[in-house]
Design a protein around this ligand. Structure first.
Ligand code: CTP
Ligand code: CA
Length: 225
């Protein structure tokens, strides 16, 4: 039960959150996707709504149900996610928590690809739009605060710091998703928040607590901003 706090610190703020994976069809029965339960993005949307924000939640096919008290746009592909996120602007804040597939098929087969005796199929890829980079680099109407995620398996802080600079977002929430951390698909997360001020490592805590802390930090930044 995530009733919106009528007088919460994010009252009157519009926030767009992307969440979950995207699915990129290969043919009518197959797709490629990233691993993502959608748990962290969903928790963030819920925490923002609980602080009074008007939340537009753009979600790919996630394993967890979207939160109550937000406007939900369900999408499947990266291109649909981009269109839905841009259509939800203007907004005060955009948080790109989705695990967007970097590539789609150069051509989607209209009918099911069948096994044949003369060899294996070859897949050709095309690059998907980068939603976070596009919104971060908007020349007019850029949201005041744009937040991205960086799920890394190696050199987490260095990779995420470079990613923040490359994309032009304000904050990157970085985490180590190496096998063995139990973070992918689990209830907990250990994140490092990277901003202009540098890197701030948070202790490992539940995804719900990470979400609440991010929401509070956003409220503080908007208040100061
Ligand atoms: N992102 C996005 N659109 C894409 C790819 C990524 O909006 N097409 C966003 C994600 O939601 C996340 C951030 O960009 O907030 C970083 O995603 P990540 O996959 O870590 O970055 P990439 O630039 O795709 O780099 P990598 O080669 O490490 O996958
Ligand atoms: Ca990627």
């Amino acid at each position: 039960i995530a009733a919106r706090l009528a007088d919460g610190p994010l009252k009157g703020r519009r926030i767009v959150v992307t969440s979950g994976p995207t699915h990129e069809p290969i043919d009518p029965v197959r797709y490629i996707a990233n691993r993502s339960s959608g748990a962290q993005g969903t928790a963030i949307a819920r925490a923002l709504a609980a602080l009074g924000a008007e939340v537009v939640f753009v979600t790919g096919p996630a394993q967890v149900a979207p939160p109550e008290g937000v406007t939900v746009h369900k999408v499947e592909t990266a291109r649909q996610m981009r269109d839905a996120a841009l259509a939800a602007l203007p907004a005060d804040v955009v948080i790109c928590a989705a695990a967007v597939a970097d590539w789609r098929m150069a051509e989607e087969a209209a009918s099911k690809i069948k096994k044949t005796r003369d060899g294996l199929p070859t897949l050709s890829f095309a690059e998907n739009p980068d939603i976070l980079a596009e919104i971060s680099q908007m020349e007019t109407g850029r949201p005041a605060l744009v937040v991205g995620f960086a799920a890394e398996t190696d050199d987490v802080e260095a990779n995420a710091t470079a990613k923040r600079a490359r994309k032009g977002c304000d904050w990157i929430v970085a985490n180590d998703v190496s096998p063995g951390t139990g973070i992918m698909g689990g209830a907990e997360n250990a994140v490092t928040l990277i901003s202009e001020e540098g890197a701030e490592a948070w202790p490992r805590m539940t995804k719900d607590r990470v979400a609440r802390r991010i929401a509070e930090k956003i409220a503080d930044a908007l208040r100061a901003g």
